[in-house]
Every structure is written in structure tokens, then in C-alpha cells.
Write a new protein. Structure first.
Length: 66
């Protein structure tokens, strides 16, 4: 039971240290947002293929398979 308490204390100390370090360095690294060079979807020329055909009946499918 004692080792559980020690691991719990160690975990809480590590979590607290990580939280403090995160808040301490939050303003040290400003985030830079870079504009993407990839074209947007509405600007891209995307080819679309539309296939329209009647469904095959069971007899027609059987003729094709066999």
C-alpha cells in the first residue's frame, strides 16, 4: 500500500511540475500562423465523373456471370 501512495505522490508532483512549466513558457513561444500555399477547394479544378445506367435485373446479372 505504501508504494501506491509513493507513486501517487510522484505522479501528482510530475503533473504539477508540468502544469507550472506549461504556464511559465506559454508566452515565451508566440505562435506564427503561416498562410497555406495549397489551393482552396473552390479554386481547384477537380474533374467529376458521373455514371448513369439502369440497374441490372437478376436475370441479366446471371447472364453476365455465367
Amino acid at each position: 500500500m505504501n508504494i501506491r501512495k509513493n507513486f501517487e505522490a510522484l505522479f501528482l508532483a510530475a503533473a504539477a511540475l508540468g502544469l507550472v512549466a506549461s504556464f511559465a513558457t506559454a508566452n515565451a513561444r508566440p505562435v506564427e500562423i503561416v498562410q497555406s500555399s495549397a489551393p482552396a477547394i473552390d479554386e481547384a479544378n477537380i474533374q467529376t465523373i458521373v455514371v448513369t445506367a439502369p440497374r441490372l435485373s437478376a436475370v441479366e446479372r446471371a447472364q453476365l456471370e455465367g
